[in-house]
Ligand binder design. Structure first.
Ligand code: C2O
Ligand code: CU
Length: 538
């Protein structure tokens, strides 16, 4: 059947939040952007017309795009950006994804305002592996900055210091009534007593992992990152930037008004504010002057975050089986660090006059001048080096104080490196958090082109001889973004069955901007990417 086309017009639109008005880059004038609804296995063309002031690209977060990296989106990794006045048509090809994903700009910090839901329904005549909800509601968590986001990251990179933190979090584009000038717009969801609803929660926040809860109501987690999980009940969730979570909520409380609320978890540069929406029961009752407020864990509550995350298991049913590689052909151990680089203009705002940087295996990723995919496909030399990691795993105490670290981990190499992976090999990646700046934090690591199984995680240093014994190879959750715990590690496995050039990075935007990125290149059965589709529709 013919592939339908939708049009995304990017332009600057005035929005008023927190008592002030500014122009933000939007898709079709909307913040958050328009939802895309598809069925499992569908394809869609999206014609992106850039009428904004900046270069832009769009990424379909969590869509594997089999053999179609040309439409994946990260700027200078799979394409050159779409210039103001130009357009580019993406082809979204769904395969096994089912549930909630999202799309977002993938150029500088434009994703702050350019993002929206990508909802993948079960194929017609099939249904969810849980009772059909009465209705569905998408909940997009995002960041609001009073300033211009592109200026914020530009000046932070020039000064070498921390970028400004956001001024508010939002639920479906609204800060909610705990912020000034925000009461009238507060997001409200109407419910009927006794009915069950599906909440599709997307964390589009720029720099913080988030707790989310609804007052007095129990949530049942049923899906994550476009895959189903074994349902379990919880009072709150912890969701990292990049992740999505599908929750059932039953309206089984005394009819009234109840807050849903979300606040940050653990970041160093955190926004310590709380965004709210209101669940309103229909019917006749006297509404309280303030709705009931949920118990949200504190922003430093590692135990609550870990307890929740460790409960998530794949559904692993007959219709939705787990297929985790039992043997590993390639193991990569990748250290994840925030560190510093020498200052470029002698007056940097980082520690000791340095500029802040970030790295994977001590390589701070430098964005190339043409895309890595073009360079690989057309064999253009000098754009990237295929020798990531820089050296075999460093042997040191990753989570020790910075004073006890070897000098070479304090200053990363500044380079564009990629890792070539054999087609169809089974890959394990262990992400090892470090405490290089005495500033350990969580890192939501995201891989394009794949979803992967989270087989293990823990605190402290990964132990290659004993930690694999504790892996979950039975029902590990299948995700596209994994939270690497502060001062800890996380291990993932996947089969490299999708030839292409795929970005891998921290989904905290300031870390990605500082170089916490790399590229995996999956070969096409020993040859180059010759059977891949549509080389360059420019
Ligand atoms: Cu959601 Cu590379 O990103
Ligand atoms: Cu990070």
């Amino acid at each position: 059947k013919p592939i339908p086309t939708v049009t995304f017009v990017l332009n600057e639109t005035s929005y008023t939040r927190l008592c002030s008005t500014k122009k933000i880059l939007t898709v079709n004038g909307l913040f958050p952007g328009p939802p895309i609804h598809l069925y499992k296995g569908d394809s869609l063309y999206v014609n992106v017309i850039n009428q904004g002031r900046y270069n832009v690209t769009i990424h379909w977060h969590g869509v594997r795009q089999p053999r179609n990296p040309w439409s994946d989106g990260p700027e200078y990794v799979t394409q050159c950006p779409i210039k103001p006045g130009a357009n580019f048509t993406y082809e979204i090809n769904l395969s096994t994804e089912e549930g909630t994903l999202w799309w977002h700009a993938h150029s500088d910090w434009s994703r702050a305002t350019v993002h929206g839901p990508l909802i993948i329904h079960p194929k017609p005549h099939t249904t969810y592996p849980f009772p059909k909800p009465h209705a569905e509601q998408t909940i997009v968590l995002a960041s609001w900055f009073k300033g211009d986001v592109m200026e914020i990251i530009k000046s932070a990179l020039e000064s070498g210091g921390e970028p400004n933190k956001s001024d508010a979090f939002t639920i479906n584009g609204q800060p909610g009534d705990l912020y000034n000038c925000s009461k009238a717009g507060t997001f409200k969801m109407a419910v009927e007593y006794g009915k069950t609803y599906l909440l599709r929660v997307i964390n589009a926040v720029m720099n913080e992992e988030m707790f989310f809860a609804v007052a007095n109501h129990t949530l049942t987690l049923v899906g994550q990152d476009g895959a189903y999980v074994k349902p379990f009940e919880t009072k709150y969730i912890m969701i990292t930037p990049g992740q999505t979570m599908d929750l059932l909520i039953k309206a089984d409380q005394t009819p009234s008004h109840y807050y849903m609320a979300s606040r940050a978890y653990a970041g160093l540069v955190y926004d310590n504010t709380t965004t709210t929406g209101i669940i309103q029961y229909s019917g006749n009752y006297t509404s309280p002057s303030t709705p009931f407020f949920p118990d949200l864990p504190n922003y430093t509550d590692i135990d609550s975050a870990t307890n929740f995350t460790n409960k998530i298991k794949a559904l692993n049913s007959k219709e939705h089986p787990v297929d985790v590689p039992k043997k590993v052909d390639t193991q990569l151990i990748i250290t994840v660090s925030v560190n510093t680089l020498p200052c470029v203009n002698n007056s940097c705002e980082g520690p000791n006059g340095s500029r802040l940087a970030a790295s994977l295996n001590n390589v701070s990723f430098v964005t190339p001048s043409i895309s890595v995919l073009q360079a690989y496909y057309y064999q253009i030399r000098g754009i990237f080096k295929p020798n990531f990691p820089r050296t075999p795993p460093y042997v040191f105490n990753f989570t020790a104080d910075a004073d006890n670290m070897p000098d070479n981990v304090l200053t990363p190499l500044n380079a564009t490196k990629a890792r070539i992976i054999e087609f169809n090999s089974s890959v394990e990646i262990v992400f090892q958090g470090t405490n290089v700046m005495n500033a350990a934090e969580n890192h939501p690591m995201h891989l394009h082109g794949f979803s992967f199984y989270k087989v293990g995680s823990g605190f402290g240093n990964y132990n290659i001889s004993s930690d694999p014994d504790g892996y979950n190879l039975e029902d590990p959750p299948e995700v596209n973004t994994i939270g690497v715990p502060k001062n800890g590690w996380a291990a993932i496995r996947f089969r490299a069955d999708n030839p292409g050039v795929w970005f891998m990075h921290c989904h905290l935007e300031r870390h990605a901007s500082w170089g916490m990125d790399t590229v995996l290149i999956v070969k096409n059965g020993g040859t180059k990417l010759s059977t891949m589709r549509n080389p360059l529709k420019y």
